[in-house]
Structures are given as C-alpha cells and as structure tokens.
Design a protein around this ligand. Structure first.
Ligand code: BG6
Length: 295
C-alpha cells in the first residue's frame, strides 16, 4: 500500500493482518509512525513537528548518516535524514504469505551532485523496513561503497520512543558501561548505577553495548525490547526542560513523553573499502511489562 502524506511527500504504509502498522516517509527514509495491533502509537512525534523538507521531522526514527551529531564537517547528524529517498524497485517484494511472517518496504538513497560536493564518496544506502505479523518493527540498513577509495561514516537510528512519563522510565542493559557525555565535550565516564533513570538532561553515547537492551515504561506497563546488530553503541537523549524551550519544533513539556534510544555506530567510524558493504540492524518490540521476565 503506497499512500501520499498530508504535505505531498510520499509515504509508504504497511499494515499487518492483526492491525499493527508502520509508516515510512521518503523524506529522510524516516519511519514516522509505528502502531501496535491495538492502534496505540509507539513512537513519539512532536505536536510542533514540521513535516516538510528540508529538515527532518521531530520524532519517529530519523536516520543519521554519514555523520552523528556535529562532530564533522557536515550538517548535524548528516544529510541522509534531509534527503528524498526512492523506493528500491530492485529489491524483492516481501509480503505476508506462505512461510513469511513479515511485510517490507525497501528504500534507497544515492548521493546527489550536491552531496558529493560536501562528502565526496559514492555510496548506496539501502533501508528495509519490515513489520512482523506480531507487530515487531525491523530496520535493516546496508551501506555499499561504490567508490574507488575507502570511506568512513557514523550511523544512528535516532529512535524517539513514546513514553508516558520520563520520570517513570528506566533502561536496563547499559549498567557498568562506559559512555561519552555529549554534555561535556564527549568526556568518557563509567556508568555506576543500576538501571538508568531520568531526572535531568541526558545526552550520552554508551559504547560497546550488548545486543539487547530494554526500556521499561512503568506507568504504561510496557517494555520496549531493542535488539541490534552491527551497531556497537547506544545513544540516550532527553533534552529536559531548559533545552526543550530552545527547540522550535518541540513543545516545552514534551520531553516528559519521549526518550531517544538510538542503536548507533558513533565512537568508532565504520570504514568500507571499495566494493564492501556494511549492515546495521535494529529490531523493536513493545511488550506488556508483566511478560518481560522472558526477555
Ligand atoms: C541527539 C544528540 O542524538 O540528537 C543531541 O545527541 C541532539 O545532541 C539531538 O540535540 C537532536 O538533534 P537534532 O539535530 O535532531 O535537533
């Protein structure tokens, strides 16, 4: 099912037979909605979000590539989230059916002449967004070097999770890890506490994190399970009160309803030789908290 969004930019929607859904925008290759089979939205989008190029929408899952943050010569978080992607017609269609419990859409980004001026590396960035019969969301990105020489890049799935109250949320799986603190020039610290909880602005890159982490929303009795491959780091971001007020496309109190937890490759750049390809995978499930002991 391919639909047009309210501002003319193409969106693709996938709906599972049980009623879960995902919507992906060709602007940015950005997932802008993910709903469970009860129709509950699981990703945060700001009420002040601007749904028009050239800036990424505040919410959903913007793709940060080939740079993360402002450590580099490119615009903040790289250009991929601000570009119009195309549907990758060469990718095999994947629909629910015999032996297949997923439906997918495949998007493609290649550099424009302008992109090559600021980042002179020929690449193909492919994104497969899949929704399983159970409503799990998976994003698989592949970057291929179609250049004559090696290049390096950073990558992040900048995932805005929707939470009921940030003060009631905790992350499990990052205890005792080292993190780079973006609030103090990426100084390195070691996490001391138990699960991570929130009472002020947080902007950290947890390095070398495990393949599975959990975000527990106590009030909503929901747990997000985040599984990742090829992405060693986890970025955790909440702007809190003061920074929220400086962001034009973000409501003053909206920091209470969101938490960004990004599967990412930030600390060490990924380097591809000519002809090489890298794959980075994110899988998200949202499960009732009472069933969490299995995960
Ligand atoms: C986070 C960064 O991932 O993204 C923050 O660590 C940044 O420093 C935030 O403020 C939002 O970035 P942007 O460009 O979408 O406003």
């Amino acid at each position: 099912e391919v639909t047009k969004d309210w501002n003319g930019a193409d969106q693709v929607a996938i709906r599972s037979p049980r009623g879960a859904s995902v919507r992906v925008c060709l602007h940015g290759g950005q997932v802008v909605s993910w709903k469970n089979d009860r129709g509950e939205e699981l990703l945060f989008t700001s009420s002040k979000a601007i749904f028009k190029p050239p800036k990424a929408t505040r919410g959903g899952i913007p793709i940060c590539f080939p740079q993360f943050g402002n450590c580099g010569t490119l615009e903040q978080h790289g250009f991929a989230r601000n570009k119009i992607w195309t549907i990758d017609e060469e990718a095999p269609p994947l629909n629910y059916g015999d032996n297949n419990n997923k439906a997918s859409v495949d998007l493609l980004l290649k550099p424009s002449e302008d992109d090559l001026k600021c980042w002179p590396h020929c690449f193909e960035l492919r994104l497969r967004v899949s929704l399983s019969m159970d409503g799990d969301l998976s994003l698989i990105s592949r970057v291929r070097n179609v250049n004559g020489k090696p290049f390096s890049f950073a990558f992040a799935y900048h995932t805005y999770l929707s939470v009921s109250d940030i003060s009631e949320v905790r992350i499990e799986g990052l205890e005792t890890l080292d993190y780079l603190d973006n609030l103090s020039q990426r100084e390195r610290f070691t996490e001391q506490g138990d699960a991570i909880t929130f009472e002020s602005e947080v902007d950290r890159v947890y390095v070398g994190s495990p393949g599975v982490i959990a975000v527990l929303d106590h009030e909503k009795k929901r747990t997000f399970i985040i599984r990742k491959e090829g992405l060693p780091d986890i970025v955790v971001w909440n702007p809190w009160e003061k920074k929220s007020k400086t962001m034009a496309d973000f409501g003053d109190d909206e920091y209470k309803q969101m938490l960004c937890v990004d599967a990412a490759a930030v600390e060490r750049a990924i380097t591809l030789k000519p002809g090489e390809e890298w794959t980075g995978k994110l899988e998200l499930s949202a499960v009732p908290s009472t069933n969490c002991s299995d995960h």
